[in-house]
Design a protein around this ligand. Structure first.
Ligand code: GLA
Length: 729
């Protein structure tokens, strides 16, 4: 059993394979957090709780000796007005204008299997994979009830959390802030790792000390954003890839979010994560409820690699219902960087033929196939095939490509509209826009108001019409601007603060309908590259275009940062042209291929322009990738040399099958040095006692992991090496 409850002590203990999480109902019926960390069995840890007096902080008036201040206690779900003066989980404006909610323990329930959320995506579980603990808290004065959900996945060392608020009182109230996760750690000195970035440079790794200042990060972009990813890590000062304590947190959400990390006055640390509270309000009428997005957390005592494995395993198995989680993913050729908007049917077929020659399974037609879309100033919203440009119907084009032995995929950017479009001319009220003001533009486009059911219905109908007209087996779902102009003509003045979240709920509804209707279609997410790379999107789409930056050397950093939470099976990664179109860098095809193979492999260039020799090479890379895809999608990932470490002239990573019989090692040299010292690369995750054949030599696992693999010397521009090897029986 993962969940045990001591009814007398009101002590709740969650056990996973290697971790323990404990909480207790304390004095005055508040729910205290006691411990989260390495597994401790059969122990009431409540002796850890603070029991000293409070000085210059509020304490409950019944308390003798000034104890029990919520500011000093570690709590599960701190609230506004209750005496906690830190970053709270819940802030409510009551009908009478007061800002207070004081949650007291009511009851609990242990449920077999995993709880579900009504309107939001969440991790799922087969019955025996998870257990749920539900603790209900209530404020007797206002009638606010909060159910805290804990989904315990013992085998992954993962706990998910969500909060559901119900208004059991007589008057409406307004939520000002509601977080999915608060974690108070009683002691310890920590660093914080977060992943920040911008277009073309997503998820940069940054490690900073946790301080007494509140470190706040999140997104106001309307999407989870390239600026900050919702995934972040709290780790011990000495923690590294293979050793030490670390906690990972992430959110199953694709819109604005907010995370905080701070040290308390007595050495505690507090983490919060949840919906962005900038402009957020949500009115809850009597009898109504509101559910928070789901947060996920994991702890590893064996360093960051193990933490990543925990996230990778659960994301690969328990988040997305797509059949592509289990069947091979196609190698695709996308025409975007090959043609941009400048193509016709003939050109597409030429590229498709060359794509077939290099072994691709899927040809993807990117932007520019609809309406009057000859550049990025117009036609978004007009999802009607431009048959004139294609030279035939979509059905015929797809048929020709199918006849070549390839599947066909199509780009959409459903959430957007250009002013210069039929849709906008007919329905300007469907776009987000402040009254009497000109809307802010990005890439000349406005955002459609997905909180409106009729807008979603229009998009659903248009997409269905196209998907039913031709044999489309892949959709690239793009979204190319941050959301601003938060005003919906469909919402009353007092509910405008709900729009940011309602947008995301609308998006999920639309995606849910489409993915359920087309279970055989592979959906790939995209947002100007990787600006919406999050667990919410990954619950509908098994893969996301990691970045618009396809330079393999820049990609090393982007994919490295992404790998802390997200498995390789989620990362869209393609071989592009050299010189690279984003930064002009010249790199060998082999290096571009090696980097693209650390993801869902494909090509993003004009394949017809490859020389015969390059086409032959590309064909071999495709074949090789098909051989190793299963390994990369199901194996354990090891970051060996970081691109963010300035001392390294190379970046290296490794994927090892769970049974330790197969391994793919990839090395990319970012700085070629004459007469360089030899590199003895200590591999990881192998079987010490087994023998492996690497090239023509046999090494024991112990030798490869402790003495290291001696790399050869490298020459030229950004050379690389990929070594696939197996255990010798
Ligand atoms: C975005 C995407 C690209 C491409 C273009 C098309 O920038 O990230 O991959 O699809 O849009 O306009």
């Amino acid at each position: 059993m993962s969940i045990s409850v001591d009814k007398n002590k009101k002590l709740f203990t969650l056990q996973t394979k290697n971790t323990t999480y404990q909480m207790k109902v304390g004095r005055f019926d508040h729910l205290y957090h006691i411990y989260y960390g390495k597994k401790i069995e059969h122990q009431d840890l409540s002796y850890l709780l603070y029991n000293g007096p409070s000085h210059y902080v509020p304490y409950p008036h019944e308390s003798k000796g000034r104890v029990g201040s919520l500011t000093l206690m570690s709590q599960e779900y701190p609230t506004v007005g209750s005496g906690d003066l830190g970053s709270v989980a819940l802030d409510i404006k009551n009908h009478d204008g007061t800002r207070v909610v004081d949650l007291k323990y009511k009851n609990y329930e242990v449920i077999d299997g995993k709880y579900d959320l009504e309107n939001l995506p969440s991790f799922f579980a087969k019955e025996d994979e998870a257990q749920t603990l539900k603790i209900t808290l209530v404020d007797d004065v206002s009638g606010v009830e909060v159910e805290l959900f804990y989904g315990v996945y013992a085998k992954y060392d993962v706990i998910t959390r969500a909060a559901r608020l119900s208004n059991l009182g007589d008057s409406s109230l307004s939520i000002q802030k509601i977080q999915s996760l608060v974690l108070d750690l009683i002691s310890g000195q920590y660093d914080l790792v977060h992943f920040h970035g911008r277009w073309g440079s997503e998820r940069n790794f940054e490690r900073i000390p946790l301080s007494h200042n509140v470190t706040t990060f999140g997104s106001n972009y309307g999407v989870s954003s390239a600026k900050e990813n919702p995934g972040f890590i709290l780790l011990g000062k000495d923690t590294n890839e293979m050793h030490g304590d670390c906690y990972g947190f992430n959110l199953v959400y694709s819109g604005n979010f907010r995370a905080t990390a701070e040290q308390g006055t007595l050495g505690q640390s507090r983490i919060t994560l949840g919906l962005g509270d900038n402009q957020f309000t949500w009115k809850v009428e009597p009898g109504a409820m509101f559910e928070s997005p789901e947060a996920i957390m994991s702890f590893s005592n064996d360093g960051l690699t193990q933490l990543s494995h925990n996230f990778h395993d659960i994301i690969r198995n328990n988040l997305c219902h797509s059949k592509y989680q289990k069947v091979a993913r196609p190698v695709l050729v996308n025409n975007w960087e090959a043609t941009y908007f400048d193509f016709n049917g003939k050109k597409l077929l030429q590229i498709a033929r060359a794509a077939k020659n290099i072994g691709a399974d899927l040809f993807v037609l990117d932007d520019g196939w609809f309406g009057n879309r000859f550049d990025d100033n117009r036609s978004l919203g007009d999802w009607f095939v431009n048959e004139k440009k294609l030279g035939c119907s979509l059905k015929d084009l797809v048929q020709k490509i199918n006849n070549m032995g390839m599947e066909f995929g199509l780009w959409f950017e459903p959430e957007m509209v250009n002013e210069d479009s039929e849709l906008y001319r007919h329905h300007p009220e469907w776009a987000l826009n402040f009254p009497k003001r000109k809307a802010l533009l990005d890439r000349n486009q406005l955002v459609l108001d997905l909180s409106q059911a009729r807008v979603r219905q229009y998009l659903f109908d248009r997409i269905v019409d196209i998907l039913d007209s031709a044999n489309v087996s892949y959709i690239k779902w793009d979204m190319n601007r941050p959301i601003t102009d938060w005003y919906s003509k469909n919402l009353s003045q007092s509910r405008q603060g709900e729009l940011q979240h309602r947008y995301v709920l609308g998006l999920y509804k639309l995606l849910g309908r489409l993915t359920r209707r087309y279970p055989d279609v592979l959906f790939e997410g995209c947002s100007a590259g990787g600006a919406r790379f999050d667990l919410g999107m990954l619950s509908y789409e098994p893969q996301i275009w990691t970045s618009d930056n396809t330079d393999p050397i820049n990609r090393l950093g982007i994919q490295y940062g992404t790998s802390f939470f997200y498995p390789l099976s989620t990362m869209g990664s393609h071989v592009s042209a050299s010189p690279n179109l984003q930064n002009g860098r010249v790199t060998p095809l082999s290096t571009r291929a090696a980097v693209a193979m650390a993801g869902t492999f494909g090509y993003e260039l004009d394949v017809t322009e490859l020389s015969d020799k390059e086409q032959q090479q590309a064909k071999e890379y495709t074949q090789f990738y098909k051989k190793i895809q299963k390994l990369t999608f199901s194996g354990d990932y090891y970051r060996l040399f970081s691109p963010f470490d300035n001392h390294n002239d190379l970046v290296a990573w490794q994927i090892v099958s769970k049974d330790k019989t197969k391994c793919l090692l990839s090395v990319v040299v970012t700085n070629v040095v004459a007469n360089a010292p030899f590199v003895y690369l200590q591999l990881r995750g192998l079987d010490e006692d087994a023998n492996y054949r690497v090239n023509d030599k046999v090494y024991s696992g112990a030798a490869l992991m402790n003495a290291g693999l001696k790399l050869g010397r490298f020459k030229g521009n950004y050379p690389s090496e990929q070594l696939y090897f197996e255990k010798i029986e």
